[in-house]
Each structure stands twice: as structure tokens, then as C-alpha cells.
Ligand binder design. Structure first.
Ligand SMILES: *Cc1c(COP(=O)(O)O)cnc(C)c1O
Length: 490
């Protein structure tokens, strides 16, 4: 028995040890993967941003084999199944939704994070990793005008960041189950849908939601906020949370933060700011006045996988009241409840977010900032904002109706035909633009009006892509107008 146990172990060890990749094998895999990546990047300028058709042979699976496959076979599968259909988010022609990009340095950071498998959840295990992540949060906090005592969390994206902030707000304001139906939350219809999701997940579904009116630039009205708070107080309700935006997804609107901060302060509201898309535009000196008052908020969501062009998988939340954040996410009863930590680098991400074990996602940001330097990010962000203004101006010259002058890098436009339903016309126009696919754009509805959106935020989008798109619009408009005239007159 003893003997067969040992021989079984030794027998299994042979195959189990093959999980440790040999040096020559590692070299070959890195070379093949890097070649794949280089070819992908080099071909981006010629590739369309969008392909509506499925892969030539249709979609299929590649089940895990009993014995490992050749990497070439796996890469061929990825090329055919992942990259030959749908939207290409790495393309400079991606001007839909809020574009990402995927800085190459993100991949390097992820590679090193995965190889070292550094533990970024608890500083006892990974003091270096936790310090590095907290120093990045402090850097963002500085930019946003937050005090040194503020901290936050590097989450997977803005949705989780919003969830952490809203859970923290609930905790800081001491809202328990019984209080929820009389607790009031103020926002606008332009709030990102992840706010609604977060409220539901945080158990606040039964709270009172006040959707406030907006001005003609889709910014929250402070007068309406004040009025509603007073009414709600009079009715015996409890105003507790304000959610505003710095860069709405639809139009890039930045709410009047300073005035909203006055009102929140006056009435003791928690002021959460969703700056997932717009926050990093604060790196552009000329745009900073738009964000006046941002330092007076209680929590901020800001996405490096948007405004710093990183690959998907990094959204941050900054919170001033770290104790409340800890209260909402702690996992040991009374753990350090009263201990004010003087060295903030020691706060553990695991006690400030829902996650315990997590990807060391700070490394991708740290490496991207170190290797590129801030100058490039500032130039790129400013360039994107100017490109949106350029587009806004040019599309007007082409006879299109436009939305507000873009405050950041989103512009709205639509064509009004002489006859017929404008919404239907612009739906057709969008379909035609998708059929072309060189540049990808998306659309939205504002008060029932169908608008085409133009959103620049890929670091690969420059004047050339914008001009290509303007050509595409002219061509698509002509095509749609031809069939439109026939349809209308028949
Ligand atoms: C993108 C976005 C979010 C959600 O962030 P994810 O990273 O996609 O989860 C939230 N708010 C705004 C304003 C956004 O643009």
C-alpha cells in the first residue's frame, strides 16, 4: 500500500510537472503571441472598425482537449472567432459608446502581474503591490483635489466603482432597512445605467428616486435640486444621496459641481460623482474650470480604461470618508473599527471593496504611466476634445442638426429630411454607416429624439479617422436620401 501510494504520486508527478513551462517553450509561446499581437496592431489602420457579418465559417467552439494543443491552432481560432466579426474596440475607428483603446503597456503590465501573481488584496501578503495600488489612488485623488486622507479602490470598471461608492454612501448615512422607503436619492435621466444597477444591488431599490430636470445642455438643475430637497424634507422624507456626472455618456455634459456641492453640504447629502468617462479630462489645463467644485464631492468614479486609454478592466473609485468605506466592506466584526490609520498605504483593498483575491490590476496603470509619461496623455486628451469640436463644426457645415457644443469629446448630430420622420431617417443612416463599417458610431434617444453619437476616446483616433468618417456620412446620407425620396413619394 505504502509502495503503490508512492509510485502513484511519482507517476502523476510526471504529467503534473508539465504545467511548469520549460524555458524554450516559454520563449516560443511569447514569440508566437507577440507576433500575433504585432500583426494585429500593424493591421489596425486597414481593418474596418465594425463587421456585421459572422465569421466566414460561422461561430464554433473549441473544447478543452485532453492533451494540450499547439499555440498556433489556438491563435488561428482566436483570429477567426474573436477578431473577424463585430466591433473592434482596439480600432482608432471605434467612435461608438465610450471607446476604449487598449494601450500596449496595459498588456505588458498584465503579463508581469500574471507571471508574478502578486497578491494585491492584503498588505500583509503583498505590501509592495498594495502600496503601489494605493499610491496610484492617491495620485488620482491629488488630481481630483481630494485630501491625502482620501483613498479608494482599483476595481474592474466604473460599474463596480459606482457600486462601492453607493454602498459606502448608504453606510456613511446610516441608512438601515426601515429607513429606505423614506430615503431620497437625486439624479437625472442622464445618469449611467450602472447607477440604477448599483442602487438595486445595494438594497436601495425601494428608496425614492428624484429625476431632476436639466438645462438645454443636459446638466442637472441646481434650482430644481434645492426645491425638491425642501419639498421632501417638508414631507417627512430623508434626502441622503446626490448622484451627478462629470461627462455623461450621452452628451459628455458636466453637471455644475460647485453649486451642487453647496446644496449637498447645506443639507448633509452624500455627493457621489460619476466621472467614469470624463474625469481624466482634468489633466487638460484648459478644461479644468469645467470641473470646479469637484474636490467638494464625497466620492468619485473614474475609469482609467476610458480616459487613460488602458485595455478594459480598470475603473477606480475615490472616497474621502475611508472609515465609511471600510465600514461598508469590512469582513471581520469590529476589525480596527476605531483605529484611525495614520499610514494610509496600509489600508487593504480587501477591506475597501467586495473583492478578496483579485488581479493585480494596478500594475497595468503604473507601467503605462511610467513608460509613457503624463505629457502624452495630456496631449491625447486635449486632441480628442478638439477633434470633437472640429467634428461638431464640420457636420454642421454639411447641413446636419447638432446637439450642444461638445464639452468633452462626445458630439450629437442628426439629419432632418425635408419630408418624413426624422427619427426613421437617422435610423436608416446609422444602418448604412454600420454597413460601411470603416468607422463605427452608435446612437441614443434624448426625449424621444433619435441622435447619432460621435465619441472620440481611443488614443488611436486622429484627424484622419474623423475626416474618413465625414466622407462616410456624406456618402451614407446620399444613399439614404435616394431611397427615402422614393419611399416617401410612393
Ligand atoms: C462607462 C461608464 C460607466 C460604467 O463603467 P464600466 O467601466 O463600463 O463598468 C459608468 N458611468 C459612466 C458615465 C460611463 O461612461
Amino acid at each position: 500500500m505504502e509502495k503503490s501510494l508512492l509510485s502513484d504520486i511519482l507517476q502523476l508527478e510526471k504529467t503534473a510537472r508539465e504545467l511548469e513551462t520549460s524555458a524554450p517553450q516559454r520563449e516560443e509561446w511569447v514569440r508566437l503571441a507577440a507576433n500575433f499581437a504585432h500583426r494585429f496592431i500593424d493591421r489596425l489602420p486597414e481593418e474596418p472598425a465594425y463587421r456585421a457579418a459572422p465569421p466566414p465559417g460561422g461561430f464554433r467552439d473549441l473544447p478543452p482537449p485532453e492533451k494540450g494543443r499547439d499555440l498556433r491552432e489556438a491563435l488561428d481560432f482566436l483570429q477567426e472567432q474573436l477578431l473577424s466579426s463585430g466591433l473592434n474596440p482596439a480600432s482608432g475607428g471605434h467612435l461608438g459608446y465610450i471607446p476604449g483603446g487598449g494601450l500596449y503597456t496595459t498588456a505588458l503590465g498584465d503579463y508581469l502581474a500574471a507571471v508574478t501573481n502578486a497578491y494585491a488584496g492584503i498588505s500583509f501578503a503583498g505590501p509592495g503591490a498594495v502600496r503601489l495600488e494605493n499610491s496610484l489612488l492617491r495620485w488620482m485623488g491629488d488630481m481630483l483635489g481630494y485630501p491625502q486622507t482620501a483613498l479608494g479602490n482599483l476595481a474592474s470598471g466604473g460599474s463596480i466603482a459606482n457600486l462601492i461608492a453607493i454602498t459606502t454612501a448608504r453606510e456613511a448615512q446610516n441608512i438601515s432597512c426601515g429607513d429606505i422607503p423614506r430615503s431620497v436619492i437625486y439624479l437625472t435621466k442622464q445618469a449611467h445605467h450602472s447607477i440604477q444597477k448599483a442602487l438595486n444591488i445595494a438594497g436601495l431599490r425601494e428608496a425614492q428616486l428624484r429625476y431632476l430636470p436639466m438645462d438645454e445642455q443636459f446638466r442637472m438643475s441646481p434650482q430644481a435640486l434645492r426645491k425638491h430637497i425642501l419639498e421632501d424634507q417638508k414631507a417627512g422624507l430623508r434626502p441622503f444621496l446626490l448622484v451627478a456626472a462629470a461627462g455623461t455618456t450621452d452628451t459628455g455634459a458636466v453637471d455644475p459641481l460647485d453649486e451642487l456641492a453647496d446644496i449637498s453640504q447645506e443639507h448633509g447629502l452624500w455627493f457621489h460623482l460619476d466621472a467614469a468617462y470624463g474625469g481624466f479630462f482634468m489633466l487638460v489645463d484648459e478644461l479644468r474650470p469645467l470641473f470646479k467644485g469637484i474636490e467638494r464631492t464625497d466620492s468619485i468614479t473614474i475609469d482609467p480604461h476610458k480616459g487613460l486609454f488602458l485595455a478594459y478592466g480598470l475603473g477606480a473609485v475615490l472616497v474621502k470618508n475611508v472609515k465609511a468605506m471600510h465600514q461598508a466592506h469590512r469582513y471581520k466584526a469590529n476589525y480596527m473599527q476605531d483605529a484611525v490609520k495614520t499610514d494610509l498605504a496600509l489600508w487593504d483593498p480587501a477591506e475597501l471593496s467586495p473583492e478578496l483575491t483579485k488581479h493585480f490590476r494596478g500594475l497595468r496603470l503604473w507601467l503605462s504611466l511610467q513608460l509613457n509619461g503624463l505629457e502624452r496623455f495630456k496631449a491625447a486628451l486635449k486632441e480628442k476634445q478638439l477633434l470633437a469640436r472640429y467634428f461638431h463644426h464640420k457636420i454642421r457645415e454639411l447641413g446636419f442638426e447638432t446637439g450642444p457644443e461638445p464639452p468633452l469629446s462626445v458630439a450629437l448630430y442628426r439629419y432632418i429630411p425635408h419630408k418624413g420622420d426624422a427619427n426613421a431617417f437617422n435610423r436608416r443612416l446609422l444602418k448604412e454607416l454600420h454597413r460601411d463599417g470603416r468607422i463605427f458610431v452608435s446612437s441614443t434617444l434624448l426625449d424621444g429624439v433619435f441622435w447619432l453619437r460621435f465619441a472620440v476616446l481611443s488614443f488611436r483616433t486622429h484627424l484622419q479617422q474623423v475626416n474618413t468618417f465625414l466622407d462616410m456620412v456624406v456618402r451614407a446620407k446620399t444613399l439614404v436620401l435616394n431611397s427615402w425620396k422614393n419611399d416617401i413619394s410612393s
